[in-house]
Design a protein around this ligand. Structure first.
Ligand SMILES: Cc1cc2nc3c(=O)[nH]c(=O)nc-3n(C[C@H](O)[C@H](O)[C@H](O)COP(=O)(O)O)c2cc1C
Length: 181
């Protein structure tokens, strides 16, 4: 890390690993980066967007049609973001992006971007190993998206296997490398 400050879009989706995205925001901010969070509705069920707003120091985009947000917030992101990271990334968001679906604030914003795109998936191993999910991962990789993890080990549901969110230090490092390399 060369000490430069970068503009990072962090997409947060409805995974049990969502609490670790809060630590990720804190880590990236400690490194002086500017973090703009967009959360899905499922993510906002699990953690109050106000917590991401206060840790990131910026408003959180959850609703494209929020009268208090910028006009065309998804296009604004396309003009300014240097990298987009989805962490934790659900099976659902992988499927939506791989299929070109833009039906909420995060998926619509991701569809506008031309910066590097990274996913740090987190899900039960049965979901990760599902052939439809694996097909979506392949499609995303073929189009240049990069994956960080998932790792193997004990999962939140009690199973042991692949599907754990990668360590946040690794996610932060790979995200900055995607901009600087
Ligand atoms: C408590 C809880 C934890 C969940 N954890 C995960 C997860 O780790 N990974 C995943 O892919 N889906 C998980 N889900 C299911 C997703 O929340 C669900 O598929 C949702 O539609 C995802 O929406 P989103 O991608 O728009 O956030 C979880 C659901 C619940 C209720």
């Amino acid at each position: 890390m060369n000490g430069l400050s970068h503009q990072i879009l962090l997409g947060v989706t409805g995974s049990i690993a969502i609490h670790r995205a809060l630590d990720l925001v804190s880590l990236l901010r400690k490194q002086k980066h500017k973090i703009y969070v967009s959360m899905t509705e499922s993510a906002a069920h699990l953690v109050d967007p106000a917590l991401f707003a206060s840790l990131s120091g910026n408003p959180v985009l959850t609703d494209l049609f929020d009268p208090d947000s910028d006009d065309f917030p998804h296009i604004q992101a396309a003009r300014t973001m240097e990298v987009a990271l989805v962490a934790p990334a659900t099976a659902n968001i992988l499927g939506k992006v791989a299929s070109g679906i833009a039906d909420d604030a995060l998926s619509t914003t991701l569809m506008t971007l031309s910066c590097p795109l990274l996913f740090a998936p987190a899900m039960n191993s049965r979901m990760w190993e599902n052939p439809f999910v694996q097909r979506n991962v392949e499609i995303l990789q073929q189009h240049g998206a990069r994956f960080i993890g998932p790792d193997s080990g004990p999962l939140a549901c009690g199973d042991v296997g692949i599907g754990r969110l990668a360590p946040i230090q690794e996610i932060a490092q790979r995200t900055i490398e995607a901009i600087e390399k």
